[in-house]
Design a protein around this ligand. Structure first.
Ligand SMILES: [Zn+2]
Length: 320
């Protein structure tokens, strides 16, 4: 047998296991461990995958735990994916966002982990998703519910000004794993950060002068964007896109739409638009797509989607 003394449960097929074991030994000497000398990076969902790929370039192989086009909040991992978490040279994830990934990281203790929550300050999910909006919660803020960070809003990637810190952190981790790539990682991170900064500037100028500053979304994913550009997001379903809004919540949102002169109710691509469409029809307003960039389909990428989001917001908010 190849595995005389396995040091952790090996769930891989034998054909795959040998290179992985050899790579583990080689990692000390060369600092890299793919079959072809690349660093194996596992990202938990699209925006982190994109950053890892852009910063790592040809020196990394990046995979995502969330399939393309899938909604990442409720991702479930197969045993093979959990094994993959254990074997990756670097796992890039966001704690508190995907419970299955949090569990896999805790169980397998990968050799190197970058938690994006350590490089940006997450903000509170606010009151939008509370079931009892009229009730001041007396319970402990840190009461354990489904997720450890259930009260924090995960969607920080929708504020592009927060992304250079992630690029820099990825470059730092990759440099430790592959010191020969240091200059390349630093240059790639700098180039990517420039694109985020340019996007931030486009948002800032594009959303400076608008007829209204309130926008309504089906899934409350745009709190960071709203904070950054001085807008007000009113979410129908809360932070979790699958949560059903209560009749009371729908009534509140309807009042906002009427009072603020909201023209558009936004829905997104990865989740059913039914609630948004029904509400918009009831109120006689339009619908449009605002994409939380949680997954990509077709040829879209983070930047093209962010630019389309900006265009959609400018139309809905009557920005000049
Ligand atoms: Zn989301």
């Amino acid at each position: 047998m190849l595995f005389a003394r396995p040091r952790r449960p090996l769930l891989l097929a034998p054909a795959l296991a040998l290179p992985v074991l050899l790579a583990g030994c080689g990692a000390t000497a060369s600092g890299t461990s793919g079959d072809d000398g690349t660093v194996q990076v596992l990202a938990s969902f699209y925006p982190l995958q994109m950053v890892a790929q852009e910063v790592g370039g040809d020196r990394v192989q990046v995979e995502s735990l969330t399939p393309p086009g899938a909604e990442p909040h409720d991702v479930e991992l197969s045993p093979a994916q959990v094994a993959h978490v254990a074997d990756a040279d670097l796992v890039v994830y966001l704690s508190g966002f995907q419970a299955a990934v949090d569990d896999a990281v805790a169980q397998t203790e990968p050799s190197d982990v970058l938690d994006a929550a350590d490089v940006t300050t997450l903000i509170s999910g606010e009151g939008d998703e509370h079931d009892h909006a009229d009730d001041e919660h007396a319970e402990d803020e840190h009461a354990e519910e489904e997720h450890d960070h259930g009260s924090l809003d995960p969607h920080f990637w929708l504020d592009p000004s927060r992304m250079p810190a992630v690029a820099d952190a990825v470059a730092e981790h990759l440099t430790a794993l592959d010191p020969d790539g240091a200059d390349e990682f630093a240059a790639n991170a700098a180039a990517l950060s420039e694109r985020f900064t340019a996007l931030d500037e486009a948002y800032r100028t594009g959303l400076a002068e608008c007829g209204i500053r309130t926008f309504v979304t089906s899934h409350t994913a745009f709190g960071y964007l709203a904070d950054r550009y001085d807008l007000e997001e009113v979410g129908i379903s809360g932070i979790d896109p699958e949560a059903e809004p209560s009749p009371a919540r729908l009534a509140e949102v309807s009042d906002v739409v009427r009072d603020e002169g909201v023209t558009t109710i936004f829905f997104e691509t990865l989740v059913s638009p039914k609630v948004a469409e029904t509400l918009a029809a009831d109120l006689g307003v339009g619908t449009a797509v605002l994409d939380p960039i949680e997954g990509v389909t077709d040829d879209a990428d983070y930047f093209s989607i962010a630019e389309a989001n900006l265009d959609a917001l400018r139309v809905a908010l009557s920005c000049s």
